[in-house]
Design a protein around this ligand. Structure first.
Ligand code: IVH
Length: 711
């Protein structure tokens, strides 16, 4: 069966009833379904729940472990929705390993520290072929005959130990200090490639399996993009992000981050085989994601060919790996070799050399972000590194430039290691010219000339002229009109530039003073575009409070934080007058965010801008819809609504989509999750949908998606 990939498949869950936003709608399909379930006997329900749980977990396994989707998004959502509804009606049959229990939601204030049943050792590292050869030589000498090795990749994430009792996941511990670790079971359960219940029956009654929790590159990039949009500091690399995510208190946030887990080591009394490779292969049958990159080899030649192959191919992998792990396969041989104080003698890690090249440092430029933060950027003579041409490298801050003692014209070493953005790791002093001078960090803003500041304890300089510094003003405006904020798509970065140059806007409140006569004077602005622009501005006045709050661009107040604040404080006045302590009382608001909010509203300019926006009619109060809805049921799903409908207007459908966390778009693309089609859907749309394999659903199907909690 051919299905489109379910990249962002989340679980369909309702938090609140959709009755409110759909009260004018016939609830016939909902009614019919409920009737059907009520007529189920308790036994039938139990059997159906068991069947659905198994079926859903199998699809999860196919998708998340085998990377092979065997069901469409829609059908999957339907199964899950049915299970969720049945479990609600027959709560006595909800089992802890039901797929509905993976969404998280549990809050762990402090993780329990638990002693490992078997100490969690790390591996000794080697950095050269000679060291690998020595390792193999040592083993050969001790074992006195040939022995097999298993070569694996070294996954760059966070080590985890999972304990299964009678086929059920009962505990997940981090490494900690190797003797005891943190119990992060609640968070681990949200990782869909980790089985909550094992397949088959030939697993030991109790065993532990260890592996690495990691964040795939795509998920990492997506997260950083979102952080960038929110003006938040970017995460440095996928490993730290995975580690931070695993320690988050709110497991429902963890569930959304897209963590994954490879398993590579089994421990227990009654494992089926007496060697590592066969046991891992068996574990794959039980449902674990045992990476396909492992290979059994006979000797040092086999080891080197694995290393050489992956030193090249690693750059194509969708996750990060920093080396290779070599393990003696036979358990008897492992036992004979034993352990040193810290590491097993039967395994070693070989670390890849981070690819390095040298090139010329031509110039250092300074970028000013929308929050005023200054980022020094090294402009390099273009050079090929790990498959891409590198022209720039981030220098982070003044301290780093000083530490490296960088000078213009230097030949520098550039490396692409764990970090996605290449970095300069040193200077080739042998090539330095005698008359070079240390680089002087700028003292004034390159854009507006204001003297830069640096807060105590912070590494980054910033331009304090937030109301007069062009990139800050323009950056804030770009954020304000952006899709997830005020969504004024008739204004883009170019228009903002033009409006700003003409002196028509100096802050985002000025946008609402614009008149058609003003905009039409802009370069390349036709009458129609000017009308669109003004209409777009007008329409944005209906954007709900949550998004207006996000649009204000308060540092550290991203989309999620804005939602939490809006729900807690209900309106802007409450938020503006909240004390630091009151801010901290809101869900997920910590010191850093609270301080940033206080600082924002302590600035009279900001208060004046908010007041002007309020006068213009923007929403500064939580609407009833926002207050009552907040369902994420359709989160991550993109809809195209097309045609004429019997039960709703198009606007109503689109609103329902948004109210439940989905996204409406105008045209069909590969990324569209569903097309909600009514009568008279255009033939070209139909053709495109079929070509791209996008499921077409009716308004009733759509209702079913929303139905989970409609009773
Ligand atoms: S085996 C006793 N296999 O690297 C051996 N570890 O310092 C247990 N790692 O703590 C580890 N990929 O977090 C093993 N294929 C792999 C690995 C791997 C990554 C990590 C693991 C471990 C560290 C070794």
């Amino acid at each position: 069966m051919q299905t489109k990939p379910r990249h962002k498949r989340g679980f369909v869950f309702a938090f609140h009833t959709t009755k409110k936003c759909f009260k004018h709608i016939s609830n016939k399909p909902i009614f019919e379904r409920l009737e059907k379930n009520r007529s189920m006997t308790s036994e039938q329900a139990k059997a159906r729940i068991e069947y659905l749980s198994k079926e859903i977990e199998q699809h999860n396994h196919n998708y998340y472990v085998l990377s092979n989707a065997t069901i469409s998004d829609y059908d999957f959502d339907m199964l899950l929705e049915e299970l969720h509804r049945l479990e609600k009606e027959f709560p006595e049959f909800v089992s802890s390993d039901s797929p509905t229990q993976r969404v998280g939601g549990g809050i762990t204030k402090e993780f329990k520290t638990v002693k490992h049943k078997y100490p969690m050792l790390s591996l000794s590292n080697s950095y050269s072929r000679e060291e690998v050869q020595e390792f193999e030589g040592r083993i050969h000498k001790l074992i006195e005959r040939e022995t097999e090795y298993v070569c694996e990749l070294k996954y760059d994430g966070v080590a985890i130990g999972l304990t299964y009792v009678n086929g059920q996941l009962v505990q997940a511990l981090t490494r900690g200090d190797g003797v005891q670790g943190d119990d992060v079971t609640t968070n681990i359960r949200t990782i869909k490639s980790i089985p909550l219940k094992l397949k088959g029956s030939d697993f030991p009654a109790e065993f532990e399996i260890r592996g690495e929790v990691f964040l795939p590159l795509k998920a990492f990039e997506k997260m950083n993009k979102e952080r960038e949009e929110a003006g938040e500091e970017l995460y440095a690399n996928p490993r730290n992000t995975a580690s931070g995510t695993l320690k988050m208190q709110d497991s429902s946030v963890v569930a959304k981050r897209g963590l994954d887990c490879f398993l590579y080591f089994l421990l227990g009394e009654n494992l089926p085989f007496n060697n590592h490779y066969d046991n891992l292969t068996k574990a794959r049958e039980w449902g674990f994601k045992v990476p396909e990159y492992m290979r059994k080899v006979k000797d040092i030649n086999g080891i080197f060919s694995f290393i050489d192959e992956w030193d090249v191919k690693r750059h194509e992998l969708p996750f990060e790996t920093d080396g290779v792990v070599l393990k003696v396969n036979s358990y008897d041989d492992q036992d004979a070799l034993g352990f040193t104080a810290k590491n097993p003698r039967w395994a070693i890690a070989y670390k890849f050399k981070a690819e390095q090249v040298s090139t010329l440092l031509n110039e250092v430029t300074f970028q000013v972000g929308r929050t005023g933060a200054i980022t020094p950027v090294a402009n390099l003579k273009p050079v090929l590194l790990a498959g891409t041409t590198v022209k720039r490298a981030s220098l982070h801050n003044a301290d780093q430039i000083e530490k490296l003692d960088l000078r213009l014209g230097d030949t520098v070493f550039v490396e692409k290691g764990g970090e996605i953005i290449p970095k300069i790791i040193g200077v080739d002093l042998s090539k330095r010219s005698v008359d070079s001078e240390p680089l002087k960090y700028i003292t004034h803003c390159p854009e507006c000339g204001t003297e830069l500041k640096r807060n105590e304890g912070e590494a980054v300089h910033f331009c304090p002229n937030d109301t007069g510094c062009p990139p800050q003003i323009k950056g804030r405006m770009e954020h304000f009109v952006s899709r997830k904020a005020m969504d004024i798509d008739s204004i883009g970065a170019e228009t903002i530039e033009l409006l700003f140059q003409k002196g028509l806007v100096k802050n985002y409140a000025d946008i609402y003073d614009l008149k058609k006569e003003d905009v039409i004077t802009l370069d390349r602005m036709a009458d129609k575009s000017a009308t669109n622009l003004i209409e777009g501005i007008e329409k944005s006045k209906a954007i709900p409070f949550t998004r207006v709050l996000f649009a204000l661009g308060i540092r550290f107040v991203g989309e999620t934080v804005a939602k939490k604040l809006a729900l807690h404080f209900k309106n802007i006045d409450n938020l503006m007058s909240a004390t630091f302590e009151q801010l901290m009382e809101a869900d997920e608001i910590g010191e850093k965010i609270a301080a940033s909010i206080k600082e924002f509203f302590a600035n009279e300019n900001n208060v004046e801008i908010v007041n002007r926006l309020r006068e213009k009619g923007l929403q500064f109060e939580l609407s009833e819809a926002e207050n009552t809805k907040v369902s994420d049921k359709l989160a991550g799903k993109t809809f195209v609504v097309s045609g004429v409908f019997a039960k709703f207007s198009r606007d109503e459908l689109e609103k329902a989509i948004e109210d439940n966390g989905g996204k409406n778009v105008g045209s069909i693309s590969k990324k569209t999750t569903y097309i909600v089609a009514g009568e008279n859907m255009g033939p070209s749309k139909l053709e495109k949908a079929q070509k791209l394999n996008v499921p077409i659903i009716s308004e009733d199907d759509f209702l079913k998606l929303l139905e989970a909690e409609a009773n």
